[in-house]
Write a protein that binds this ligand. Sequence first.
Ligand code: NAP
Length: 305
Amino acid sequence: MPTELAGAGRGMTAKIIDGKAIAADLRGKVADVVHRLHRDRGIIPGLAVVLVGNNPASASYVGSKVRMTASSGMRSFDHRLPETTSEVELLTLISRLNADPTVHGILVQLPLPRQIDVQKVIMAIDPGKDVDGFHPLNAGRLSAGFPALVPCTPLGCVYLAKTVQPSLEGLEAVVIGRSNIVGKPLAQLLLAENATVTLAHSRTRDLPAVARRADVLIAAVGQAEMVRRDWVKPGAIVLDVGINRVTGPGGKPHIVGDVAFAEVAEVADAITPVPGGVGPMTIACLLANAVRAACGLAGLPAPAL
Ligand code: NAP
């Protein structure tokens, strides 16, 4: 549950949705399911993470994913390939991982170097092992309302929103950003929760007015502090997916979201901070997806997570 925003500034009323704590709780649930799968079925879920090149942000994400996979009791397979890896080499590795029965989930960290066609790579992953949920089969299953592996960040957003408001039914949800990774699958998930969903983007007319309609407002844009106080309906739940590196007054680099946190916290009912909000949930949901994939491949029902 969110905690009161303590001492964060005069006039602030919003509760902080503590993504770190909620993610830790979800990772604990995942570890329990992993333990039971091993004990009762002899299955140890295995997650393979593939990193091509030396992008420092990607290397840091992959490091966290590998560490948390192992600490949840799963097998972690860490594949680091050089920047010069060819498309054929990567596709060969993916087909090996597809065929490996100890690997239940495959994640290829994006972005990829230029010589590799991202779409071909996404299409090459066995949809049953597609823990990122980017394969068109999973995207199609999600939009048709069938069971699917669903992208991790949108899963995390809905999970966080439901810690504040367990039923999203009938609420106005506005998602700003329509990427295949965040905005579109998030809109589908919110629709499945019976929210009334608006998917806004760079061509949306009068975006502040559209945003002000939202009971649940989610920004997944990549524009530092774009969502201002007067974009937010008093009492709304605000989730901030954005990760933007900016330079502070002292020339010190730091990370901010797509929402102007301090001023929006004066009107929102609940808000996720950046960092410590949506970000930690993405990895926790990845681990949950790896367990779902392992159950799916073994013909077992999806675990309640
Ligand atoms: P993306 O693929 O670049 O998509 C950005 C979306 O925002 C597009 O749909 C774009 O509209 C829209 N947009 C851009 N400028 C806009 C504006 N001025 N007004 C309204 N809409 C605008 O980005 P993404 O991959 O979805 O990521 C979005 C942000 O979330 C980034 O900061 C990224 O780093 C962060 N992120 C965080 C996590 C996490 O775990 N916390 C995970 C994934 C992404 P058009 O479609 O019209 O161009």
